[in-house]
Ligand binder design. Structure first.
Ligand code: 2AM
Length: 182
């Protein structure tokens, strides 16, 4: 259940935000999984992989958080999204890498360390590399694995989450790393 937002509070998280080609491929994959499991597909514009979830912070601390993020280098890496699965405990169907790239684990580790050093708290559950495709899915065995989607990662983002009539609405409010030209 969502907690009520305090005045002056903003809900934020760090994420990998796919480019259009990866976003489209993931959205198409979401449609395939939706045909099997039902549920609510993630809007194409909202598709992402969360790296670190802070939840609500006071808005005046955003600048400090953004400064801290600027100290985290990104070593570009590639990732194959080649696995779809569904978690019965939260009814989320997701896509992710069969093999989590060490560079991704490393990025999350350094981000956690930097954000903690800057005095922020965050969800310390172990990192689970996944892109949510569906919520409220009727989890059961899925048809053969997905066609692999190649994701080239060279930056990460800070996202502000707000609620609107259609659900969560995400706004990218910072980006760090070297954006490679397509
Ligand atoms: P999910 O897609 O698996 O639900 C915004 O809520 C993003 O942060 C979502 O991608 C969500 O993951 C992720 N997230 C990670 N930890 C969370 C938490 N404790 N509460 C809400 N969202 C969380």
């Amino acid at each position: 259940m969502r907690s009520a937002r305090r005045p002056g509070g903003v809900r934020v998280f760090f994420a990998l935000w796919p480019d259009e080609a990866v976003r489209k491929a993931l959205h198409a994959q979401g449609r395939l999984v939706h045909a099997q499991l039902g549920g609510r597909p993630t809007r194409a514009a909202s598709i992402h992989m969360t790296l670190l979830f802070l939840g609500e912070i006071e808005e005046h601390r955003l600048a400090a958080l953004q400064d801290a993020a600027g100290n985290v280098d990104v070593e570009p890496f590639g990732m194959s999204l080649n696995r779809v699965a569904c978690w019965p405990h939260n009814r989320i169907a997701w896509a992710g890498p069969e093999r989590v790239p060490p560079a991704l684990e490393d990025l999350v580790g350094r981000l956690r360390q930097t954000v903690a050093q800057a005095g922020f708290s965050f969800d310390r559950k172990p990192f689970a590399a996944h892109v949510t495709l569906l919520r409220d899915a009727a989890c059961r065995a899925l048809e053969p694995d997905m066609a692999s989607i190649a994701w080239r990662v060279s930056d990460f983002v800070l996202v502000r989450s707000s609620l609107d009539a259609g659900g969560s609405n995400y706004q990218v409010i910072g980006r760090w790393g070297a954006r490679e030209e397509a």
